[in-house]
Design a protein around this ligand. Sequence first.
Ligand SMILES: NC(=O)C1=CN([C@@H]2O[C@H](COP(=O)(O)OP(=O)(O)OC[C@H]3O[C@@H](n4cnc5c(N)ncnc54)[C@H](O)[C@@H]3O)[C@@H](O)[C@H]2O)[C@H](O)CC1
Ligand code: K
Length: 507
Amino acid sequence: MKLLSPAQTRALDQATSKAQGITSLELMERAATTLLDWLLTTLQPTYTTPIHLFCGPGNNGGDGLALARLLHEAGYVAHVWLLPAERYSADFTANRHQLPDGISCQELDTARLPDLPAGAVVVDALFGAGLNRPLTGLAAAVVAYLNAAAAFTVAVDIPSGLFADAAQEPDSAVVQAQYTVSFELPKLAFLLPQNAGFVGEWHILPIGLEPVVIHKTAVDNYYVDAAFLQGRLPARPKFSHKGTFGHALLLAGSRGKVGAAVLAASACLRGGVGLLTVRVPEVGYFILQTTVPEAMCLTDPAPDFLTELPDLQPYAAVGMGPGLGQAEASREVLRQLLHKAKVPLVLDADALNLLGANRDLLDLLPPDTLLTPHPKEFERLTGEPARDDYHRLEQLRAFTRQRRCYCVLKGAYTVLATPDGIIYFNSTGNPGMATGGSGDVLTGLLLALRADKRLSPLNAALLGLYAHGRAGDLAARETGEAGLVAGDLVRFIGPALQELMASPHRL
Ligand SMILES: NC(=O)C1=CN([C@@H]2O[C@H](COP(=O)(O)OP(=O)(O)OC[C@H]3O[C@@H](n4cnc5c(N)ncnc54)[C@H](O)[C@@H]3O)[C@@H](O)[C@H]2O)[C@H](O)CC1
Ligand SMILES: [K+]
């Protein structure tokens, strides 16, 4: 799914009205009807549950007014609270006039704010995508009041006071919603950790906005769900052999961290690689051969960490980093790898820390290299702490553009940035995956997909991120989130990939 800017969303609304021959008021009615359906199904209010709708002066307020009418007509108790303003939008005014007489409708006033008992439902329709400055005065006071109340809050389109795709000043007045219900496409703001306390759980309701217009709209940010990946993972041909899927080399492990090599190697095999050779120091030989018998083991002459780069000729892709350690000799192995590699590289963990500590090495990155830092490792790569999540995204875009690389940034919504500066947000995964070794599993899986010559660098990375998160979701059903360990992810990589491959749109 594409993430549109507020201006693009407005243009999409207008194009939809034109293409479908409906007025913006009719589109608003469609939005409100869908919202009513969602609210009744999800919250299941009783006929006596008070539902307080806080409506601002624009079309977000118009949505709230239309919803109030529909709730009232369906027999629910709706109270409308209007935010006084100098100007009201036409569709707000039209819906204001359509409010039935029997509905309670009052203007907000700092001296008279509604009583919101626990169990009441608040619908926040104060401001939506049209917010153009921070909230002040009465609007800010109402937001503070709502946030202090014990009511259950549903934000329409976006929590009021939150910008859809730009950072707020710290301590801005923003509604803290339990649910945010938006239309057709998610907003960038929903995907950033700094906004989690405002957005709550978000849902997208399709309202029939024109797909052709969405298709033609150029964006810098995407949200990757299963539909987005349909057809990107080709089935394994009937007459394939292990050479079809590539021979990968994994450089990993040091004394005390051989487990990282084991996890990455197991994940690479489950990711469908044809052949895997793992280069570990001597200390890892017995461990690897017994835990991952499917992999070939090529030991380094040194006992505890890697000191020599093997001949790269046989390999279709090389991964380096899990459990590597940061010994000087291993740094030189990395340097040689960057100099010599002519095949796709996946760099993670200590390989990234070595890059961060020796940033001259970044100049050697071969094009299309895939890096998989978490935010702290990424900060070491740039050498500059991010001011906020939006700034970090811009740093990421600048980094991948400058280095012509692909960079994954791990987090609740793991993102991928491409050499064109496009960012993709992954949709799968759960907090259970915040556990040691998860990243090693991702590296191994990505290595397998990069070794498969049938996949573009973009598709390999997107499929790998999605399948990794999906494996976590499948595993958590069995283990619970707290009980999830990285080895569980490995077990579910196969089923996660199979789901993607089994798509009905596969050729
Ligand atoms: N996305 C869709 O497909 C649909 C969205 N709908 C709803 O429409 C709103 C956007 O409506 P818009 O009128 O453009 O914006 P707002 O309601 O957010 O209000 C704009 C209004 O408020 C003024 N304003 C902006 N910031 C402030 C501020 N800080 N303080 C005071 N006043 C402010 C601004 O000048 C305008 O006058 C969208 O979110 C959806 O809810 C459609 O209903 C259906 C299709
Ligand atoms: K809102």
